[in-house]
Ligand binder design. Sequence first.
Ligand code: ATP
Length: 328
Amino acid sequence: MSQNIQKIAVLTSGGDSPGMNAAIRAVVRSCAFHKIKCIGVFRGFEGLIEGDFKTLGPRTVKNMINRGGTFLKSARSKAFKTKEGREKAYQQLQKEQIDAMVVIGGDGSFTGASIFIEEFNFPIVGLPGTIDNDIYGTDVTIGYDTALNTVVEAIDKIRDTANSHNRLFLVEVMGRNAGSIALNAGIGAGAEEILIPEENLGRDRLIDSLKRSKKAGKTSSIIVVSEGDQIGKNIFKLADYIEENLNEYEVRVTVLGHIQRGGAPSCYDRVLASRLGVSAVDSLLDGKSNIMIGISHNQITTVPFSEAIKNSNELDLELVRVADIVST
Ligand code: ATP
């Protein structure tokens, strides 16, 4: 165990995700377990630059495991992208005598953290906190499971009304660059079609497929569209196109938007966040830095920030095949 680390800071950065509070709680309680101090940084890198700090003890994080969002707040900081901003952040850390930091966020946050480590040789480990599950080096990210459950629950409700009116519903879900939410929630909610950014199905193939569904006796349909999908780029225009080409369908659009980010974390996310939070403190105390802690085959893993940032997750072709088969 490193004797040099007496005080660890923790912050959340980028988009919030359910389970971030559980991760902060695990970091705080792990610090208490090891008898070292823990400092919460409010508003991500922005608060780091401004020295917006608060000492966190084990009781400060009571009743936190079940709360969505992040009580430390999150932010996107333009100033941290400048050398001057990062200098200020380093001075704040020095002033508060903080020895190491845990950054909970997405790949943008890890990029900022790794630049900071290079410039100031300051120890940082990252935890993947994003609903998009788009980070290389971990099977899942904190918040992803909760977001999937939220999407499935919403689509189940939409299906009730789709069935009652013989309607076709286009449901837009989050995922600018990755179709992970769309693909998994689409299978889980029994969608007829799933449109994802990694695959360009083409509008004509979509129409053909919907015609086949109609012939096969389907009277209503759910199409899950990832927000970054190429054909569904503007989901309202896609709805118009389908109505023009398939006039037997009444098409409706639902954009799920930010409800996907909110809500109490699922049990899976709470356990994941707790495991990753404890490992983050263990890793810093072991003298590790410049890494993200992830999970692979239910085992804790570490991956250098450089790899987590550079690589992207491959599309799971087995899931695409399953989606095709089960929507027949
Ligand atoms: P999400 O996946 O939810 O979008 P993220 O961590 O990828 O999360 P970003 O907005 O991309 O979210 O990044 C969060 C913050 O990280 C930025 O606001 C900025 O302060 C910092 N950051 C991102 N890229 C850099 C960079 N190249 N240099 C310095 N800081 C950066």
